[in-house]
Design a protein around this ligand. Structure first.
Ligand code: ADP
Length: 542
């Protein structure tokens, strides 16, 4: 039914417009809340984007930290190698430090740093060390400084040696002199940038000649991992795109059956009870489709039953009304003058009116039972025995008159029932009435009752023609008769309420089920029908 024919979809559209006039959707705060698909997609996208961002931030941080650590370690190695090169006795770098000492002594009176800085005419005293510092720095972007053991800068690859402040207090210098891990990360006072520092002492024998200090701004390190972070972000974006595509496909798969259900429900509300939806998936949506189809079938069956009930009821009511009308018209005409005809017709009108009244009463009872459903009104617990005996005694003369044997097997110890006596009487009288009615002269009717754990089993058996197997299921339906012509007969005194209309067994089943019991019809092994009623016994004592 997925595709609705043109006329149908028009009908559905009209109906949904009509629905919209009296049932409106709650206000949506955001436009995307108006579509389940967009909702799923939005939520899915936001969650996925957040996860990817967090993941990228975590990975980026780890990568950045690893790159900084690696760069720091490389600086340490470079400092160590440079210090090693300066330690070589053949290179005579020790003399350079001595030259610097001399120069410092000469300028000791000139100890004001600011003044020293203003006067840039100072010649580099340790020329070779300065060259070495530039050589070590090369074009790596690192800055190499060579310091004397007091932390005074002797040579610097970038700045004039006498412009750099004393470094004796810096952590990497102190650590290098102590022989512990000689590295630090701090803001370089000369550049004002976050910088990585590493240092290594220059030993000649036991004497510390000086210290090599190598530094590199952290932003340089970050620059090296930027392409990696960019490709990470690219992968993240691709993953996000794929996730949104997958989310879109998923949300379409979820909402398509729901849209179909909506269309089908609207079409049903518009009166098309043939609507069914395909069961496409083995999940909750599939279950929903099955439940919808089940509901549609039940609605269709219930409606068909109700229509049949109304048709049958009016048909059954029309017969006695027609009979009354015929006779009253005759009485109003010349036939009414004949006293014998007059009396007969009046008596027949009276009987038909009775029949009409009884039918109306049964129909009312049935509709009350429908309303009450399974919750039958309970009565104080009472043994069914007195009522059963009373009914059998009352019907015994009728059986005798018809040449039938009516026997009863009713033990004294039947458990009590909470079913009202009047309801139980209707059940037993209807069943016995049918048994006597359908059993020919010379036949037998047997009533039995037995107490069983938690229930009373009632059995009415006769030796009549029995019930055709194909009708066994339906005889409890309203207005169902095996012999469709029997109901046309006029009501006979002594027959049960609604007799002949096919309502007797319907009311019996409705009463039994309203009190939590069940009823079954079968054919006796030899000949005849057997009706078995199971009624729940009550635990309370009468
Ligand atoms: P009715 O008033 O027509 O008897 P019921 O509802 O009592 O309506 O019974 C429905 C149909 O079941 C009857 O028309 C009859 O054909 C069949 N039926 C009921 N009881 C018996 C029985 N004891 N023996 C044979 N047929 C029966």
């Amino acid at each position: 039914m997925a595709e609705l024919p043109g006329g149908e979809s028009q009908k559905v559209a009209n109906f949904s417009e009509k629905l919209a006039t009296f049932s409106t959707l709650p206000q949506a705060r955001w436009p995307w809340q108006r579509s389940l698909r967009r909702r799923i997609l939005f939520t899915y996208g936001v969650i996925f984007a957040a996860v990817i961002l967090l993941l990228m931030a975590a990975v980026g941080r780890v990568v950045y930290q690893a790159a900084v650590d690696a760069a720091h370690h490389a600086l340490e190695v470079e400092a160590f190698l440079a210090a090693n090169a300066l330690e070589d006795p053949d290179s005579a770098y020790a003399a350079e430090f001595d030259i610097f000492k001399e120069w410092e002594k000469e300028h000791s009176d000139d100890d004001k740093l600011d003044k020293k800085r203003e006067d840039s005419s100072h010649q580099q005293p340790a020329e070779r060390l300065q060259q070495m510092a530039r050589l070590f720095a090369g074009d790596s972007g690192a800055r190499v400084a060579i310091l004397d053991p007091e932390g005074v800068v002797v040579a610097d690859s970038v700045y004039p040696f006498d412009q750099a402040p004393d470094q004796h207090d810096e952590p990497e210098i102190k650590a290098a002199l102590k022989g512990v891990e000689p590295r630090s990360r701090r803001v370089d006072p000369l550049t004002g940038k976050d910088t990585l520092f590493a240092a290594a002492p220059i030993h000649v024998g036991d004497r510390v000649l000086g210290i090599v200090q190598i530094s590199r701004p952290v932003e340089q390190v970050a620059g090296t991992i930027r392409p990696l972070l960019a490709s990470l972000a690219g992968v993240g974006l691709i993953a996000l795109g794929l996730a949104v595509l997958a989310g879109s496909a998923l949300s379409r798969r979820l909402t398509r059956p729901l849209n179909r259900l909506e269309q089908a429900a609207l079409a049903m509300a518009g009166g098309d009870l043939e609507q069914r939806v395909p069961v496409e998936t083995p999940d909750e949506l599939g279950e929903l489709a099955i439940a919808f189809n089940q509901m549609a079938r039940e609605v269709q069956t219930t409606l068909a039953q109700q229509r049949a009930f109304v048709a049958n009821a009016s048909h059954e009511l029309r017969t006695p009304v027609a009979n009354i009308k015929l006779r009253s018209e005759a009485l109003l005409g010349p036939a009414g003058d004949d006293a014998r005809v007059h009396d007969r017709y009046l008596a027949e009108i009276d009987r038909e009116a009775d029949r009409l009244g009884r039918l109306a009463a049964v129909l009312l009872d049935l509709s009350r039972l429908d309303e009450r459903g399974a919750a039958g009104a309970a009565a104080p617990p009472a043994s069914p025995l007195p009522l059963l005996r009373q009914v059998v005694e009352a019907l015994a003369p009728r059986a005798q008159q018809a040449g039938q044997t009516l026997t009863a097997d009713l033990p004294d110890d039947l458990p009590p029932l909470s079913m009202p006596v009047a309801d139980l009487e209707t059940v037993v009288v209807n069943l016995l009435d049918n048994a006597l009615k359908y059993t020919p002269a010379g036949g037998a009717v047997k009533v039995e009752a037995h107490g069983e754990p938690g229930m009373v089993r009632l059995r009415v058996e006769d030796s009549g023609p029995g019930i055709p197997a194909e009708d066994l299921e339906q005889i409890f339906d309203r207005f169902y008769r095996v012999d469709k012509m029997r109901g046309r007969q006029a009501y006979q005194p002594g027959e049960h309420a609604g007799s002949g209309a096919g309502l007797g067994l319907a009311i019996v089943r409705a009463l039994v089920e309203a009190h939590g019991g069940s009823i079954q019809a079968a054919n006796a092994p030899g000949q005849g029908a057997v009706f078995t009623v199971l009624l729940p016994a009550t635990d309370e004592k009468p």
